[in-house]
Ligand binder design. Structure first.
Ligand code: GTP
Ligand code: SAM
Ligand code: SF4
Ligand code: SF4
Length: 328
């Protein structure tokens, strides 16, 4: 059985973008109320007294948009200082990164994954919902700053949507040629976005690899990650190309993670809502952390049964939480 030691922590379910595939403009989303967000102290208690003792050592901060969480730098500093923390990373849209990159690095964050779905400002703004102002330049500046500050590896996430940004796959892949950046193409998943998904569907990683192979050639990279991405490289390129193929291929057999939502629900599988545990209510109602630890430990032993198994059907089920609420 795979070791489950990686926790994706959503710091907030809100976001300053409205990506079409995640939380489209006008979507009816119930946000977590301020008083229901795990506080930094509660998060810290859960990590120290529940998650670390049962074996979690790698943490990813996500959201919504983690950089709009008040106190995000302090949260990073606290988690980075746990002696057991072996890896601390963040997934962000980078809109606020230019001003925060140095502080995050100084606080102990060393690696970062940034969503960048397009190199064309107009297409980008259409995807993220520009609300009357262009966002691409500021995101690009955030990426450059992160690079200069020294985040390594620097990964760029691209959700590929047919008819929206699939014409840019070669241009995005080319970013890996002379920069040590890791571009990852993500198959679009049907979570909380039925309209767009039914209308546009998804492009398989193998189709993308074929395009890239025809242009430059493609080899399996020596460096494989420990997440869901299959990693390849254009011969001679400085960076790599990753493919996250949750629709066309199965990587659940190497699943190593669980997710903690901003309001303290522990979710054992992204694509299956079974088994979720409300840790915040337990903590606030005085349940001893030793008991919460036992509950998490039990859930860990049930995880293989909960791991997603309906892949053959080609689509996922209906979910009560959107990707922005789960944290991707
Ligand atoms: N189905 C599925 N998709 C996942 C899982 N983890 C990540 N993904 C997908 O991969 C995308 C990118 O994830 P990131 O937040 O960059 O994290 P990661 O790729 O696990 O990160 P690394 O630790 O750098 O390998 C997410 O938005 C999801 O679409 C998972 O456990 N299951
Ligand atoms: C939910 S976001 C949260 C972090 C941050 N706001 C960001 O966009 O990087 C995490 C990841 O989920 C991906 N994502 C969101 N909705 C998706 C979907 N329907 N299918 C596949 N990936 C999705 C995003 O592209 C992003 O890389
Ligand atoms: S993908 Fe990230 S940036 Fe886009 S709406 Fe979702 S949470 Fe926000
Ligand atoms: S779908 Fe579930 S079991 Fe599969 S990799 Fe993602 S979290 Fe793990």
């Amino acid at each position: 059985m795979n070791r489950v030691d990686y926790l994706r922590i959503s710091l907030i379910d809100r976001c300053n973008f409205r990506c079409q595939y995640c939380m489209p403009e006008g979507a009816d989303i119930d946000y977590v109320l301020q008083q229901d967000l795990l506080t930094q102290a509660e998060l810290s208690t859960l990590l120290r007294e529940v998650f670390i003792p049962v074996g979690f050592t790698r943490f990813r901060l996500t959201g919504g948009e983690p950089l709009i969480r008040p106190g995000v730098v302090d949260i990073v500093r606290e988690i980075a200082q746990f002696p057991e923390t072996q890896d601390l990373s963040m997934t962000t849209n980078a809109f606020l990164l230019e001003g925060l990159a140095q502080d995050l690095y100084s606080a102990g964050l060393r690696r970062i994954n940034i969503s960048l779905d397009s190199l064309e400002p107009e297409t980008f703004d259409k995807i993220v919902g520009n609300r009357g102002r262009s966002r691409w330049q500021q995101v690009w500046a955030g990426i450059q700053t992160a690079y200069q500050v020294g985040f390594n590896p620097l990964k760029l996430n691209v959700v590929v949507i047919p008819g929206v940004n699939d014409h840019e796959v070669l241009n995005l892949a080319a970013l890996s040629l002379d920069r040590e950046w890791h571009i990852r193409f993500i198959e679009f998943m049907p979570i909380g976005n039925d309209d767009l998904f039914n209308h546009k569907g998804w492009v398989s990683s193998e189709d993308l690899r074929r395009q890239i192979r025809d242009r430059w050639g493609l080899t399996t990279s020596q460096v494989q990650g420990n997440g869901p991405a299959d990693v390849f490289q254009i011969p001679g390129a400085k960076g790599t190309l990753g493919f996250i193929s949750q629709m066309s291929e199965c990587f659940c057999d190497r699943c190593n993670r669980m997710r903690l939502s901003a309001d303290g629900w522990l979710r054992p599988c992204l694509l299956n809502e079974d088994g979720q545990l409300d840790l915040k209510t337990g903590l606030r109602s005085g349940v001893p952390t030793s008991q919460l630890r036992e509950q998490v430990s039990d859930l860990l032993s049930l995880k293989p049964e909960i791991n997603y198994k309906q892949r053959e059907s080609g689509t996922a089920g209906t979910y009560s939480r959107t990707m922005s609420q789960i944290g991707g």
